[in-house]
Ligand binder design. Structure first.
Ligand code: CA
Ligand code: CA
Ligand code: CA
Ligand code: CA
Length: 315
């Protein structure tokens, strides 16, 4: 037998001779690698791709990738990042449903933000720095010109003198060594005031002429017997939040950095026939109230009587 030499590991040629190739069998050619094929992913029968497959040509069959659970979940939307639109209201024209208990009042809407004054919102409207005899009714009247409520937080009045050399701190700020002499400082309380309000600033324990109910703050300081507001060439400056100058008024002469423009005529200029404090009852006030052209000589007039807390006695 020629088979025995093959089983015993004799020459391969002997085996070939013993087992000749079957009819139709030839050399197996490798399939060229043309990259991933859709068909390969969809076919799960194992083995070689052509076994048992009798469908359309390979290039015409492009199967989609199988979803994780195709039988339960709907197809994903095209844009999964966008949230779904809210459902429209059922009836936009219908009134809102009534509250559960109509007898319980609803909370009022929150008040709008109240901010501090900016230039033009708050002005020095009237000043009375000298009364007959000793000065015990001094006042500085402010007027709210803003058309909205404003907060007085951070607002102050500074007192200046052209004849003194005092330099006091004010609201934590050191005086300007090169500026006019600052001898007083009045910080206003953080009240909210309304359009058209008059605010009367007086010395401590003084200012009885302000009408009942008027906004009056005794912040000008203690009266040392001759008043707080000096009667010579003096002035006041109104400072707002952020160190913004809101207004200024100087009397008995201008003071650089304090008053605006020129000063009105001296308090005593038209009453030379009277001694000392001259005319018994008068004050410098804007006419009409709130008028502010940034020139003290044009805006302020000598008025009789003083009107702390209400309209100026303009002619
Ligand atoms: Ca005075
Ligand atoms: Ca006086
Ligand atoms: Ca002004
Ligand atoms: Ca007044």
């Amino acid at each position: 037998m020629r088979v025995w030499p093959c089983l015993l590991g004799v020459a391969l040629a002997a085996c070939v001779d013993a087992f000749p190739p079957m009819p139709g069998a030839g050399t197996v050619e490798p399939i060229p690698d043309t990259g991933p094929r859709a068909f390969d992913r969809g076919f799960s029968g194992g083995g070689e791709e052509d076994q048992g497959f009798t469908g359309p040509p390979r290039d015409a069959f492009v199967a989609p990738p199988p979803p994780l659970d195709r039988g339960v979940e709907p197809p994903p939307p095209r844009d999964q990042g966008a949230p779904p639109p809210p459902p429209p209201p059922r009836d936009r024209g219908a009134p809102p449903p009534p509250p559960e208990d109509a007898s319980v009042p609803t909370a009022p809407p929150p008040p709008p933000d109240v901010i501090g004054p900016v230039p033009g919102d708050l002005v020095i409207n009237e000043v009375d720095y000298n009364q007959p005899g000793e000065d015990h009714d001094e006042f500085v009247e402010l007027l709210v010109r803003a058309n909205r409520p404003i907060s007085l937080a951070g607002v102050r009045l500074e007192l200046f003198s052209a004849s003194e050399s005092a330099r006091v701190r004010c609201a934590g700020f050191a005086p300007d060594p090169d500026g006019p002499s600052r001898y007083g400082c009045a910080e206003l309380p953080p009240e909210v005031v309304q359009p058209g309000d008059y605010i009367v600033l007086t010395a401590q324990g003084e200012g009885p002429r302000a009408p009942p109910g008027a906004l009056r703050f005794q912040v000008l300081g203690p009266n040392n017997g001759s008043g707080v507001l000096e009667n010579g060439n003096e002035g006041v400056v109104l400072i707002g939040p952020g160190e913004v100058v809101l207004d200024g008024f100087a009397w008995e002469g201008p003071i650089d950095g304090v008053g605006e423009g020129l000063s009105p005529n001296d308090e005593d200029s038209d009453s030379a026939s009277q001694e000392g404090d001259r005319r018994p009852e008068h004050a410098f006030g804007r006419c009409p109230d709130g008028r502010d052209t940034d020139d003290n000589a044009s805006d302020f007039e000598l008025l009789t009587p003083p009107t702390p807390g209400f309209d100026n006695a303009c002619p």
